[in-house]
Design a binder for this molecule. Structure first.
Ligand code: GRF
Length: 223
């Protein structure tokens, strides 16, 4: 039992978070796990990049922060190392929060229907890298973010929740990214909570979400 579990007299679900960059989505999860009664805790944070600030965020929160380099390893060795660290920490769910490596069946089979990613676009629009920039360059009027289960494709897994926001003609790419990050920071911790509470059920291409009273799997940001 963690200290908080003893304090609150209940078990929380241990999760792992994988990052490659600044880790603001990780920070949103960390902040949420501090709320009384939150049903999950971050057991370990892993990055493929030693200098990822997300690792520093974990250290500051007193959470194991592990660098697993991908360079010099073939994909199978890298994913085997990731799985080993996650299993050592008893992780039951894995969240990709700005993790910039593709994961194959080797990793996904270790956590079947338990790996979730956040993507800064309304999938299936704009998969892959720089989704915010793709949307900005395309000239869309609305874009958003998608929280989805990870399958072996690129951002193609079953969708849990989406948030949308306007893209203004005056926006530059950075303003688009900042607005979408606000959506991400609100949506991802909610999905972590739903996952830990056993509310998610993958049925083929779709996800059945047993929503808490008054909650929604869509989010609208006016601007
Ligand atoms: C987020 O926009 C996420 O959707 C994308 O990369 C960014 C990561 O941001 N995959 P951070 O590292 O969580 O700040």
């Amino acid at each position: 039992m963690t200290d908080r579990e003893e304090r609150e007299g209940r078990s929380v679900v241990p999760i792992g978070v994988l990052v490659s960059g600044s880790g603001t989505n990780l920070q949103a999860i960390l902040d949420a796990t501090e709320e009384s009664g939150f049903p999950a805790s971050v057991a370990v944070v892993i990055s493929n990049r030693r200098d990822a600030f997300g690792l520093e965020r974990a250290r500051r929160a007193g959470i194991p922060a592990v660098w697993v380099p991908h360079r010099g390893k073939d994909r199978a060795a890298f994913e085997t190392a990731l799985v080993a660290v996650l299993q050592e920490h008893g992780v039951e769910w894995v969240f990709l929060a700005g993790f910039m490596r593709i994961l194959t069946g080797l990793f996904l089979n270790a956590f079947p229907d338990r790996v979730i990613n956040i993507h800064p676009a309304l999938l299936p629009a704009f998969p892959g890298v720089n989704a915010q920039g793709q949307a900005h360059d395309y000239g869309v009027r609305i874009s958003g973010v998608t929280v989805h289960f990870v399958d072996e494709g690129t951002d193609t897994g079953p969708i849990v929740a989406q948030g949308a926001a306007p893209i203004l003609p005056t926006d530059d790419a950075t303003q688009v990214q900042q607005r979408l990050l606000r959506l991400e920071h609100e949506l991802l911790p909610k999905v972590v909570k739903w996952a830990a509470e056993g509310r998610l059920n993958v049925i083929g291409r779709k996800v059945e979400v047993r929503l808490p009273e008054g909650d929604s799997h869509t989010l609208w940001l006016d601007g």
